[in-house]
Design a protein around this ligand. Structure first.
Ligand SMILES: Nc1ncnc2c1ncn2[C@@H]1O[C@H](COP(=O)(O)OP(=O)(O)OP(=O)(O)O)[C@@H](O)[C@H]1O
Length: 226
C-alpha cells in the first residue's frame, strides 16, 4: 500500500482571546498522496495558515490526529518533530524570511548544510535550482538587491533544496503582481512535479488553484473536498 504523505483526522483548533473562543478548525480530514499537489482555498480568516501550521508541526494546541510521512505527530516528542520537519518538509511563506545578510546562493545552501549535505554538493544544487528559476545572474545578490519576485524565487529554491517529500506554501505569490505571480507559481509547480514532491498550497486565488492537481476548500471550520 502506498504511504500517505499527509493524513489529518478530525483536526481541531480553537483560539481564546479576551474571554471569547473562536473554533477555527472544527474537525478537518485530509489525505495527501505522494506527488499530489493540493490547493487549499478559503476566504481570509478561514484558517488556512492555522492548518498549514498544524501540518508543518510548527505549533501545538491542535486536537485530532496529524500523521506526516507515516509518523504520528502526537506520538513524537519535540526532537522527533524537529527531525520530521527537517527531513521531510519544505516551507514557502508569503513574506519569504530570507536571511538578509546572505546572498541568494547561500540562502539555498544553508538548509542543506544543516541537513548534512557537503558544501560543494549544496552549492551545486543551489546553483541548479536558482538557474532553473531564472536567477543564474543573481547568485551573489543579497535579498535587498533582488526584486520581490526574485526574492520569492529564492524562497522557492530554498524550500526545495533538500528535496522534501512535502512542500507547504502559504500564499507563496501573494505579494506579487499577477504576471509575476503566474510565472513564479508555474516555475514552483514545475520543480515540485519534477522532483516528485507533494505540496499543500494555501491561496485566495481560484485561477492559481486551478493549476494544481486538486482543490480543497475551508469553509466554516471544515474542509470541502474538490
Ligand atoms: N494566535 C492566535 N490567537 C488568536 N486568534 C488567532 C491566532 N491565530 C489565528 N487566529 C484566528 O484564527 C482565524 C484563522 O486565522 P488564519 O490566519 O489561519 O486564517 P487564514 O485563512 O490563513 O487567513 P488569511 O487568508 O487572511 O491569511 C482568524 O480569525 C484569526 O484571527
Amino acid at each position: 500500500m502506498t504511504k500517505t504523505v499527509v493524513e489529518l483526522s478530525k483536526l481541531t483548533r480553537s483560539f481564546t482571546q479576551g474571554g471569547v473562543t473562536i473554533d477555527v478548525l472544527k474537525g478537518v480530514d485530509l489525505t495527501i498522496m505522494p506527488g499530489e499537489i493540493v490547493a487549499l482555498l478559503g476566504p481570509s480568516g478561514s484558517g488556512k495558515s492555522t492548518m498549514l501550521q498544524a501540518v508543518g508541526l510548527l505549533e501545538g494546541g491542535f486536537g485530532g490526529e496529524i500523521t506526516i510521512c507515516g509518523r504520528s505527530a502526537e506520538k513524537s516528542d519535540g526532537d522527533a518533530r524537529t527531525a520530521l520537519r527537517r527531513e521531510h518538509l519544505g516551507f514557502v511563506y508569503q513574506f519569504h524570511h530570507l536571511l538578509p545578510d546572505f546572498d541568494a546562493r547561500e540562502n539555498v545552501v544553508l538548509p542543506q548544510l544543516v541537513a548534512g549535505v557537503p558544501r560543494k554538493d549544496a552549492e551545486t544544487r543551489a546553483d541548479e535550482l536558482l538557474s532553473a528559476l531564472g536567477l543564474a545572474q543573481r547568485l551573489d545578490h543579497r535579498p535587498s538587491q533582488l526584486s520581490g519576485g526574485e526574492q520569492q524565487r529564492v524562497a522557492v529554491a530554498r524550500a526545495l533544496a533538500n528535496k522534501p517529500e512535502l512542500v507547504l506554501a502559504d500564499e507563496p505569490t501573494g505579494n506579487l503582481d499577477e504576471a509575476t505571480s503566474d510565472r513564479v507559481l508555474d516555475e514552483f509547480l514545475r520543480l515540485v512535479r519534477g522532483q516528485g514532491s507533494s505540496a499543500l498550497i494555501a491561496t485566495h486565488n481560484e485561477r492559481l488553484a486551478a493549476k494544481m492537481d486538486r482543490i480543497v476548500r475551508l469553509h466554516d471550520g471544515l474542509l470541502e473536498q474538490g
